[in-house]
Design a protein around this ligand. Structure first.
Ligand code: B12
Length: 219
């Protein structure tokens, strides 16, 4: 399949990605992304092609035009594909904080997977906790792993509110770990991160390094 990016705009490309996803055609999807990488950055491919395609798939499901199994496979295949979009790290940084990544009481794992790949390709070595981890499990892991900064992703509003329980528990136990949050509920309500007691929020996985610097400066 030959793609002429100059002839097509990003919306058309996103639509093509969406169609291939719904056909579950892993081989064509891989080839499609390999071709895109010749002209687009990883950030452009994720933010302008993959992200809008999945949002559209979510809308189609909401309107009852897709089955949940199709949504599941679209997320799952995208998770596999994004890993290959990131280059191997050039340098391993010294004096970096211990960073943990969690999808808290939620099963939408693609966003945090992108953050994990981005941080690794930037020379960090984050710990990715089990998808759907509970508040108590996360607290125990943070203590055990001596985590300085935890990234928490939630796409469900109910899960976003669980972060309040989590940050309250951190305070009660005197744990100083900085909390950075992200995911759909935080993009819709810019003040939600404060309401749940987080230190910062990000709209985009590619903001992660900036956010780490920001919370480190503030501490
Ligand atoms: C794929 C998908 C699934 C898959 C997930 C599979 C997987 N491997 O991840 C499955 C099938 C499991 C699923 C299940 C459900 N889903 Co769903 N799902 C989606 C869908 C279509 C895409 C999500 C996605 O991967 N997006 C692409 C990624 C890259 O985006 P992202 O995670 O938002 O991450 C970006 C940013 O937000 C940011 N980011 C994310 N986290 C963080 C964290 C930090 C710290 C930072 C800095 C940045 C950051 O970085 C990324 C971009 O660079 C969305 C639609 C949508 N509009 O989001 C619905 C959606 C989220 N799901 C929805 C629903 C309702 C459900 C179910 C309840 C359905 C059901 N009846 O069972 C269950 C709930 C499961 C659970 N308890 O978590 C609703 C949520 C409504 C709401 N807000 O309450 C949505 C919005 C669909 C809709 N339009 O109604 N789902």
């Amino acid at each position: 399949m030959i793609i002429h990016i100059t002839e097509l705009n990003l919306n058309d490309l996103s639509e093509r990605y969406q169609k291939l996803l719904l056909k579950l055609d892993r081989i064509k999807l891989k080839q499609f992304l390999i071709n895109l990488r010749k002209d687009l950055s990883t950030e452009q491919i994720i933010n302008n092609i993959i992200f809008p395609a999945l949002e559209k798939i979510g809308k189609l499901w909401e309107e009852e035009n897709l089955a949940l199994s199709q949504v599941y496979m679209s997320g799952h295949i995208s998770e596999e594909l994004v890993i290959d979009l990131f280059p191997e790290p050039k340098d391993q940084f010294k004096d970096v904080p211990n960073v943990g990544l969690a999808v808290l009481e939620d099963y939408h794992a693609l966003g945090i997977q992108i953050i994990a790949s981005f941080l690794k390709s930037s020379g960090l070595d984050p710990i990715l906790y089990t998808t759907g981890i509970t508040v108590d499990e996360l607290i125990n892991n943070l203590i055990q792993d001596n985590i300085d900064i935890i990234f928490v992703s939630t796409l469900m509003y109910r899960s976003a509110l669980k972060i309040k329980t989590f940050t309250n528990a951190l305070k009660e136990k005197g744990i100083k770990t900085k909390v950075i949050v992200g995911g759909a509920p935080f993009r819709f309500d810019k003040s939600l991160y404060k309401k749940v007691g987080a230190d910062a929020y990000g709209n985009n996985a590619f903001d992660s390094i900036k956010l780490i610097k920001k919370v480190k400066e503030e501490s």
